[in-house]
Design a protein around this ligand. Structure first.
Ligand code: PGA
Length: 254
């Protein structure tokens, strides 16, 4: 899938009942229509809102995504959602390996890789999340963790067209704290080089930064050469903030 820069993806996590989720989506669509801007915008609402939002987003150019998928396409897996189901309902992408899955639900690299492969098998763009915890960072192990997670969870069929990597330091998610611009730049430059070695044409993969992205820091973050966009949690639940982040990305890309 061609992904114009900046790629700004909202992850609503477990937030939104039908009325407010639809209202938020409608505001985002309206802002997007008014702006007629370049770049790529996407939202990942909770699974319960995928069907109504697929209908609303149809023709808007805004990508719809799932927040997770099962490694198997279908079967006796109570509570899980298969990637073909996401594709069937209108999703173009799926997030895998988010820290709230890795650390909150004990998902290891092997499982994340199987989920990524399942996303690809269903024709979805996979947004693979990686990132170190605070103790790992304090131990100076950030680069080792990124290398281990990339080597362990990248699916074999990854290409620059079907995979996006999101660097999300676990300690920056939902905390209001972010790494310095220099730290994000060095993590991304390292990932770009590593992906070039692991994947054919891998240095062209889109790289997102995620973790406490807000309107105030989005421009600075998206001005970093190896940052192609952002994955936004909390601020994506506010249409005005989400729009301000997207606008900051446009300016940074200009
Ligand atoms: P946050 O979440 O923007 O609320 O820190 C980011 C994420 O989890 O992707």
């Amino acid at each position: 899938m061609p992904l114009a820069k900046p790629f700004v993806l909202g992850n609503w996590k477990m937030n939104g009942l039908r009325a407010d989720g639809e209202a938020l989506a409608l505001r985002i669509i309206e802002q997007q229509r008014r702006g007629e801007r370049g770049g790529t915008l996407g939202i990942c609402p909770p699974a319960t809102l995928l069907a109504p939002l697929a209908a609303l987003l149809d023709g808007s150019g805004i990508l719809l995504g799932g927040q997770d998928c099962a490694p198997a396409p279908a079967g006796a897996f109570t509570g899980d959602i298969g990637a073909p189901m996401l594709a069937d309902i209108g999703c173009r992408l799926v997030i895998v390996g988010h820290s709230e899955r890795r650390h909150g639900h004990g998902e290891d690299d092997r499982l994340v890789r199987a989920k990524a492969a399942a996303g690809h098998a269903a024709g979805l763009l996979v947004v693979l999340c990686v990132g170190e915890t605070e103790p790992e960072r304090e131990a100076g192990a950030t680069i080792d963790v990124l290398d281990r997670q990339l080597a362990g969870s990248l699916p074999e069929d990854a290409t620059a067209e079907n995979l996006v990597v999101a660097y999300e330091p676990v300690w920056a998610i939902g905390t209001g704290r972010t790494p310095s611009v220099a730290d994000i730049a060095s993590a991304h430059a390292h990932m770009r080089a590593r992906l070039g070695a692991l994947v054919d044409g891998g240095s062209a993969l889109r790289l997102l930064y995620g973790g406490s992205v807000k309107p105030a820091n989005a421009g600075q973050i998206m001005a970093i050469p190896d940052v192609d966009g952002v994955l936004v949690g909390g601020a994506s639940l506010d249409a005005g903030q989400f729009d301000a982040i997207y606008s900051a990305g446009q300016r940074a890309a200009a």
